[in-house]
Design a protein around this ligand. Structure first.
Ligand SMILES: C[S@@+](CC[C@H](N)C(=O)[O-])C[C@H]1O[C@@H](n2cnc3c(N)ncnc32)[C@H](O)[C@@H]1O
Length: 438
């Protein structure tokens, strides 16, 4: 068995799982359970498999460029294995072509693709020759189509991106959808502080740094073998949460003793942040309709040892029906709405392939319904924060502006859109702060 063969096999198995409907992170976790890889191997497999998933469209272009049979007609298992080989040749500078080809061919040889070993070898060798001679696939000269191939994004998304942010930002954002996502932690200020926890990380030889401009944020400088095995996780010293998401709970300016509703709360990153900000001394109601996700929230509460959060499994559009006493009950409401997640594409490699304009349309209807049904629960001097992890205006500022227009007694205090960027390690996020007119 040649060095590196098992890593390529594992990456291929992850692609097979994702192609049959698994999310990338679940697929990675399931496949890794079958092997004994060290942290460097895991980092390599993650980069290779997630890269192949992100760059599916770009790699298909190369399959078409190097094979007699187009990607659409390739048997899927072969198509994904070719992606594993091509990604190494095209996107992983440090891997010698010979090693990339021989290890990938070995996967074919030792699995049920045995009969196609010669085909894999021939296509990858052809690709390596074309790369060496700079014979690249022909792409349309249209700028948007070009980006759609090179950054491997659905064309409708690139077209929309140009409409949303204009020429100056669109290309940078498209590239940022393929950046390596940061791994950020939020320190539980009820149990430790930044300096103390940084010391713990350094003692354990974990390279990390404090995130500037965030009160409790730390970012890891390299991928851990398993995030949950980092020191302090089971003791509730921290929560994994992207820096842009860490920015949301403080917008509510939560105070001790307040009644706070988190209307779409699971798995609880923001509910638990709210509880930590008020020293675990408020009445926080965490509502979500997903039982599975609420179980994760419950285990987070236990791990972080937070007592001020009550969980309610419910459809947040029906809270008044469930309890009419909720009318004008809450000082603060957070609606961290279900959304298309376009701000987090770099974190979720497969999600660009399952998104569609129709899905976004149905999400905006739900977002509008959620907003309209929870606003009566807010006290007249209360604050409502609406947030999403998307950059699609239909789910963000357009929706909020229409909502304010419809509800004449409300005002938009402020709104902010964080765009994904190559210069900013966090996700794209949106928030609006809304209150009653005084
Ligand atoms: C963006 S996620 C929330 C993330 C969460 N706020 C956090 O920070 O961990 C959106 C959540 O909305 C929930 N959801 C969707 N529709 C809902 C509804 N009608 N009522 C309650 N929860 C809903 C989903 O189950 C999902 O957990």
């Amino acid at each position: 068995m040649s060095l590196g063969y098992l890593q390529r096999k594992a990456a291929w198995e992850i692609l097979l799982k994702v192609s049959s409907g698994d999310f990338s992170d679940h697929a990675l976790e399931k496949v890794l359970k079958n092997y004994q890889f060290d942290p460097l191997d895991i980092a390599f497999i993650t980069e290779l498999s997630f890269g192949c998933i992100r760059y599916r469209k770009f790699l298909d272009l190369w399959v078409d460029h190097t094979s007699k049979i187009t990607h659409k007609k390739q048997p899927p298992k072969l198509r994904w294995l070719l992606h594993v080989g091509l990604y190494q040749l095209l996107k992983m500078d440090k891997i010698p072509f010979r090693a990339a080809i021989s290890t990938t061919v070995e996967v074919a040889k030792k699995t049920h693709l045995k009969g196609l070993t010669g085909t894999v070898n021939a296509i990858l060798r052809n690709a390596s020759k074309k790369i060496n001679h700079e014979i690249f696939p022909k792409i349309s000269s249209d700028k948007k189509e070009k980006i759609s191939y090179l950054e491997s994004l659905p064309l409708w998304l690139v077209n929309d991106l140009y409409k949303w942010v204009g020429n100056n930002d669109a290309e940078n954002i498209a590239k940022a959808f393929n950046k390596k996502p940061s791994i950020d932690l939020r320190i539980n200020q009820l149990k430790t502080d930044l300096d103390e926890f940084m010391k713990v990380l350094h003692e354990n030889k974990i390279d990390a740094e404090i995130i500037k401009d965030f009160n409790n944020g730390i970012t890891l400088k390299s991928n851990p073998r398993s995030i949950k095995k980092l020191p302090g996780y089971s003791d509730g010293l921290w929560t994994i949460q992207d820096r842009s998401s860490q920015w949301v709970a403080p917008l509510l300016d939560p105070k001790q003793g307040e009644k706070i509703l988190d209307a779409c709360a699971a798995p609880g990153s923001k509910s638990t942040h709210l509880a930590e900000l008020v020293n675990d001394s408020a009445e926080i109601l965490a509502v979500d309709r997903s039982e599975k996700r609420l179980k994760i929230l419950q285990s987070n509460l236990e791990r972080l040892n937070l007592k001020s959060i009550n969980i309610l499994k419910a459809d947040a559009t029906r809270l008044i029906e469930l309890n009419p006493n909720f009318i004008s009950y809450f000082d603060k409401i957070l609606l961290d709405a279900p959304c298309s997640g376009i701000g987090t594409l770099s974190r979720n490699p497969d999600s660009r392939w399952s998104l569609s304009k129709e899905k976004i349309k149905s999400l905006t209807l739900l977002q509008e319904k959620l907003l309209q049904s929870i606003v009566p629960l807010l006290k007249k001097d209360g604050t409502l924060v609406y947030s999403t992890c998307t950059i699609c205006p239909d789910e963000n500022n357009f929706l909020i502006e229409r909502f304010i227009e419809k509800n004449k007694d409300l005002r938009l205090v402020s709104q902010k859109q964080i765009l994904p960027s190559l210069d900013f390690p966090g996700d794209g996020f949106y928030s609006a702060i809304i209150s009653y007119k005084t």
